[in-house]
Write a protein of this length. Structure first.
Length: 116
């Protein structure tokens, strides 16, 4: 089990949920899956080395929400605590309609990691 903090993208998640009942259901199912096992979601393909090495217990992952013509992405940080009995934690840092080659502001992500 993992705890989830989505407060960083609260407004974006509300807009995604308002798209349709089916998308809202997909969002709810995604949150349930995140809570059960965040490691079941794919890792981001390209993460700058200094971000990856600077935060060894943080993995950047993505979730897909797709329904017909609607396609959204969630980018989240999956925190693990291998040397403790703490549960995993997820911080959702981006939530947006899918765009080809979506740019990620790595300075923004690194600032978030520093503050977490």
């Amino acid at each position: 089990m993992a705890s989830i903090d989505s407060s960083y993208v609260k407004r974006e998640l509300k807009a995604i949920a308002a798209t349709s009942q089916l998308v809202k259901k997909l969002l709810q199912e995604t949150f349930e899956a995140l809570e059960r096992d965040p490691s079941s979601f794919p890792l981001l393909d390209v993460v700058p080395e200094h971000v990856r090495q600077g935060y060894p217990t943080a993995q950047l992952r993505k979730a897909y929400l797709e329904s017909g013509k609607h396609s959204f992405r969630l980018i989240f940080i999956h925190w693990t605590f291998p040397d403790s009995d703490r549960e995993d934690h997820v911080d959702i840092v981006y939530a947006f309609p899918r765009r080809k080659g979506y740019p990620i502001d790595w300075d923004d992500v690194e600032d978030f990691l520093k503050d977490a």
